[in-house]
Design a protein around this ligand. Structure first.
Ligand code: ACO
Length: 309
């Protein structure tokens, strides 16, 4: 078996809601500007009782419960993130401990910016193939509210906190992936040890609308499919205008694109998982549906995966 099946998803959004109007009290911005330029309305920030590990743990617990598997069958945990509580130990190790998963597993974090969830799924597939485990846990979790310069209006309105998880197993169902890196720190970075998110907004926008359609074209072609064969497009939620532009380029209707940026903002490595989980919860995804997930982000990284539900 060389494909990957998503057995179940889970998610957790922190309790504090921050509206565009709330941000307009902090920096020189407005609900109108943020809505029009990004499609964002609300995002979630962690409260004092919630941290990064907690978000990841809650999402993972829900995914495992929904998958209905024995947690002793989990052979690897990958947490995709740029904002974990610790540089070391990894969040994945903490999740192994908190969920009392087996000791003989691989547990590691992956940093691939907003492409994290895609990198995580593809890495998990490789791990499951070499280690022979029945299931793997992939989590995308971010606390970006603590990585933003709240005096910089060009970035602080864009990001939010959240976590999403998927329990996966190897499968013979349709699977196809395209992953890429063009190593560069200028477009988006968070400097060690305590830096804030720095982003060339326009450069990132141009990179996204040029790269994502090509990556989608490549993964669809490699799978021997057409754009029409894809039932749901789950793209990184960075800007509604980017998603609309991509929909136009691939000539697919917007109702095939899962959009929840209005409720979460950009949650980086959690974004694709949060959108996928929401679509699953809403019953939009039916067994046998083909789902194309695609993201781009810091690195510069990109990736697209097609899975069958
Ligand atoms: N409120 C009001 N005005 C603002 C704000 C704000 N929050 N932010 C910027 N402006 C102003 C600018 O100062 C500028 O003013 P000026 O014309 O007087 O100089 C004007 O708005 C236009 O600024 P632009 O940067 O050109 O605005 P743009 O339309 O490009 O939108 C945005 C900015 C939303 C950041 C857009 O470029 C974007 O979405 N880029 C992509 C971001 C992205 O995809 N990130 C994902 C990767 S992140 C990761 O991997 C962690």
């Amino acid at each position: 078996m060389t494909g990957l099946k998503i057995l179940a998803t889970g998610a957790y959004a922190p309790k504090k809601l921050v509206t565009n109007d709330d941000l307009a009290q902090i920096v020189d911005t407005s609900d109108e500007w943020i809505t029009k330029r990004t499609g964002m309305s609300v995002r979630h920030y962690v409260t004092e009782s919630e941290n990064h590990t907690y978000l990841a743990e809650m999402a993972a617990k829900q995914a495992i419960e929904r998958a209905g598997i024995d947690k002793n069958d989990i052979g690897a945990v990958i947490v995709c993130t740029v904002s974990a509580d610790y540089f070391s130990p990894s969040c994945a190790c903490l999740i192994q401990g908190r969920l009392e998963l087996p000791n003989d597993i691989i547990a590691m974090d992956i940093s691939a910016g907003c492409s994290g969830f895609i990198f995580g799924l593809e890495t998990m597939r490789a791990l499951l193939m070499t280690r022979g485990a029945k299931a793997g846990l992939v989590i995308g979790a971010e606390v970006l509210s603590q990585k933003m310069d709240m005096t910089d209006r060009s970035t602080c309105v864009l990001f939010g906190d959240g976590a999403a998880a998927a329990v996966v197993s190897l499968s013979d169902t349709m699977y196809q992936s395209v992953i890429g890196v063009a190593g560069n720190e200028d477009m988006i970075n968070i400097k060690s040890p305590n830096g804030f998110i720095h982003m060339d907004g326009q450069g990132t926008y141009k990179f996204a609308v040029a790269t994502v359609p090509k990556v989608i074209e490549q993964v669809v072609e490699n799978a021997g499919l057409t754009y029409d064969d894809i039932d749901h497009y789950v793209l990184h939620q960075a800007n509604l205008r980017i998603i609309e532009s991509i929909a136009k380029k691939v000539k697919q209707p917007m109702d095939k694109f899962i959009v929840n940026i209005d409720k979460y903002g950009n949650t980086s490595a959690a974004s694709v998982g949060l959108a996928l989980n929401e679509a699953a919860e809403q019953g939009r995804i039916k067994p046998g549906d083909k789902i194309l997930m695609c993201a781009f982000g810091a690195g510069k990284t990109w990736g697209a995966i097609i899975v069958e539900w």
